[in-house]
Design a protein around this ligand. Structure first.
Ligand code: SAM
Length: 232
């Protein structure tokens, strides 16, 4: 029988740490008790049910595992999420922002978006699905300001520019950009660290303070993760 201990994160609403046989893993309080979305394990502590957050499936869980602690997603936050896919990470962000927050989830691929809607959005009231190309944020319609945080995980050569045009449109000063860099979508051969440095410069030059830059090892080899805050 596994030895399990659960404790609340000291700073982030609805974030928990589950000690499973000596290993600490992130988890979020399940907004929809009894339902899991990608076969993640559900764990109970009294009346609270948490969903284990897999760092091999979600880069946001990976940066938490790598020691990032000041996650600025709170109960009530409004998050614009670009590249929602079937909703693995979106589901945990939806737990974090809770009933009073909102996640605007943008996804361009219709078949993927259908799965997002049927498996996740249909069971949660705090996710607004937007089936659109994130290159054209003026067409979203449903998104309204202020957005507290933009999370961009779009595996495209122009992924940073897409995140930045969305930031220009929806972030006020003080708003956050969490940008996942899929290096091999940008250049097939350059060293990953060089690609990430070049994307960091683009973000800084567009009025952001760079707070953290992570590589994703050991969870993912070809990605970087930039955490930035708009200052002008
Ligand atoms: N963020 C997801 C997670 O952690 O669960 C994984 C995202 S996956 C790496 C990238 C997604 O971005 C794909 O589902 C893809 O269809 C979507 N995508 C790519 N280009 C896009 C665009 N221009 N606009 C909106 N979504 C896009």
């Amino acid at each position: 029988m596994a030895n399990i201990r659960i404790k609340e994160d000291a700073g982030v609403d609805n974030l928990y740490w589950v000690n499973l046989d000596g290993k600490n893993l992130p988890a979020t309080r399940n907004l929809t008790p009894g339902i899991s979305y990608y076969q993640e394990r559900l764990i109970h502590k009294g009346k609270i049910e948490v969903r284990l957050w897999d760092p091999y499936r979600s880069k946001l869980a990976a940066v938490l595992m790598k020691g990032y602690r000041e996650l600025p997603i709170m109960s009530g936050s409004k998050v614009l999420y670009l590249g929602a896919s079937t909703g693995t990470t979106v589901s945990h962000v939806s737990d974090l922002v809770d009933k009073t927050g909102l996640v605007f989830a943008v996804e361009v691929a219709p078949r993927v978006a259908r799965e997002l809607v049927m498996n996740l959005v249909a069971k949660r009231k705090n996710i607004v699905p937007i089936i659109a190309d994130a290159r054209y944020p003026h067409l979203y319609g449903a998104v309204f300001k202020p957005i507290d945080l933009i999370y961009a995980d779009i595996a495209q050569a122009d992924q940073t520019e897409i995140a930045l045009i969305n930031s220009d449109m929806f972030l006020d000063n003080g708003g956050y950009l969490f940008l996942v860099i899929k290096a091999r979508s940008i250049h097939p051969l350059k060293p990953i660290s060089t690609i990430i440095e070049e994307e960091v410069i683009k973000v800084r030059n567009r009025g952001f303070d760079i707070i953290h830059v992570f590589d994703m090892m050991p969870f993912d080899r070809d990605h970087g993760f930039i955490i930035a805050r708009k200052i002008r």
